[in-house]
Design a protein around this ligand. Structure first.
Ligand code: SF4
Length: 428
């Protein structure tokens, strides 16, 4: 007979399409923690108040959210409703990018505890402390209302990806395998530098193949994708390609029995243009199943790229696109409209470039500049389109030559801008 020393706790990890990769990795971290084998974990895509009520009837209930800056409105409304209905009968914890940047804001919005920085080690510890009625504030990267000095993510200890599952096989919450975390570049529109401080690490070939083999055996995985800020930097320090290390990964994963297709360098990953060479793409082509290659160009203006600290030129972007076409890939080119400092003329030149890229045989992926908290551009005004630019981008989208949420992002960008203005230093 199993003896329960602790009251049976429930963890409801609220899942959303925007947070599913984080949820997969964090539930995976809980699954391998022997201390938590009695924890009842749910990861619902829809969270009803009734399901929370049922969990509370069974025992102490923890609700977790992984919070991205683009999702705060939805998350805060949900947390407010839960607090209004259940008061302190639930413990609400938050983590993720926005939580790491503005932990005190989450506390004001009703969260009890916030995990700053990478969650794979800390999240299981926090749950364990809560299950034992121990003080979670013993964990350095956990913040609550008593915290005076908020930790900075890039100064906290880093996670070894090889020690953490990429997804939750037990609960069958699967997703792409994160092969690289961190980026040495400092693009001003991106919050990754604040979160990782340029500390690049890779999951080893052995760890990747082990997890993929298990996923094939246990979950019938037939194809796989990978997560990386710059897929072609695999194996190196992040500033230049290491083709041999990249090939050793591709060779190993494409040999896994039962794994029929390997997608690498396509969405949700991206490649920086200056990492693209003919020999690397020819090598990639010989292993991968993807027809597309996601290339981050972002603007048709060298001046705007330079302002954004992008560290590549438009010409390097065009070379990468040409090489991708010559080696049998359809380039999917990321563009950001309305970047700080971009003139109206430059906006229209970027849109013109999209039309030219389509004629060359590429597709485009459109974004509107959003002042992301934690990015160097967080206090810059949002990207704004006018009627004609919206019409031109809409035409590309209708023709299926442009994907991306550029239209929705216009609204999110305005919201972030207003939030950033309100966020005084005390809320960070
Ligand atoms: S946009 Fe990409 S290359 Fe630039 S800092 Fe962010 S992750 Fe790195």
């Amino acid at each position: 007979m199993r003896v329960h020393l602790l009251s049976p706790h429930s963890l409801i990890f609220r899942t959303h399409s925007s947070s599913r990769y984080s949820v997969a990795a964090l539930v995976g971290a809980l699954e391998i923690d022997q201390r938590l084998s009695d924890l009842d974990i749910q990861a619902p895509l829809d969270l009803s108040l009734n399901s929370i009520q049922m969990a509370i009837k069974k025992g102490p209930t923890i609700i977790a959210h992984s919070v991205m800056s683009t999702q705060t409105r939805r998350v805060y409304e949900e947390v407010k409703k839960i607090r209004e209905r259940f008061g302190n009968d639930v413990t609400i914890i938050g983590g993720g990018a926005h939580a790491s940047i503005r932990p005190k804001e989450l506390l004001v919005k009703g969260f009890d505890y916030v995990v700053v920085g990478e969650g794979e080690y800390v999240f299981p510890d926090l749950i364990w402390q809560l299950m034992n009625n121990d003080d979670p504030m013993d964990i350095p990267s956990v913040v609550d209302k008593t915290t005076n000095e908020v930790p900075v993510p890039k100064k906290l200890p880093i996670v070894d990806l090889d020690k953490c599952p990429p997804f939750a096989l037990g609960m069958n919450i699967l997703g792409p395998i994160e092969v690289t975390r961190g980026c040495p570049f400092q693009c001003k529109f991106c919050s990754t530098p604040f979160l990782t401080g340029g500390r690049v690490r890779h999951r080893s070939v052995e760890s990747i193949t082990n997890w993929l083999t298990l996923a094939v055996e246990k979950s019938g995985f037939e194809r796989t994708w990978f997560l990386s800020p710059n897929a072609l930097c695999y194996g190196g320090h992040g500033r230049k390609a290491e083709p041999e290390k990249l090939e050793s990964l591709l060779k190993a994963v494409t040999k896994i029995d039962g794994l029929e297709e390997v997608f690498f360098g396509s969405f949700p990953s991206e490649v920086r243009p200056e990492f693209v060479t003919k020999s690397i793409l020819e090598m990639l082509r010989s292993y991968v199943a993807n027809d597309t290659l996601q290339i981050g160009l972002q603007s048709s203006s060298n001046r705007v790229l330079n302002l954004a600290n992008r560290h590549h030129t438009v010409e390097q972007g065009m070379d990468a696109i040409q090489i991708a076409l010559e080696t049998g890939f359809i380039p999917h080119v990321d563009m950001i409209f309305g970047l700080p400092g971009e003139t109206k003329e430059e906006l229209y030149e970027s849109i013109d470039l999209c039309y030219n890229l389509v004629e060359m045989g590429a597709k485009t992926h459109g974004h509107v500049f959003m002042p992301l908290p934690g990015s160097a551009y967080e206090n810059m005004p949002p990207g704004r389109l006018d009627t004609e630019s919206r019409r031109l981008l809409g035409e590309l989208s209708r023709r299926k030559d442009m994907t991306g949420s550029w239209s929705t992002q216009e609204g999110i960008a305005e919201y972030l801008w207003s939030q950033n203005k309100d966020a005084g230093k005390s809320l960070k």
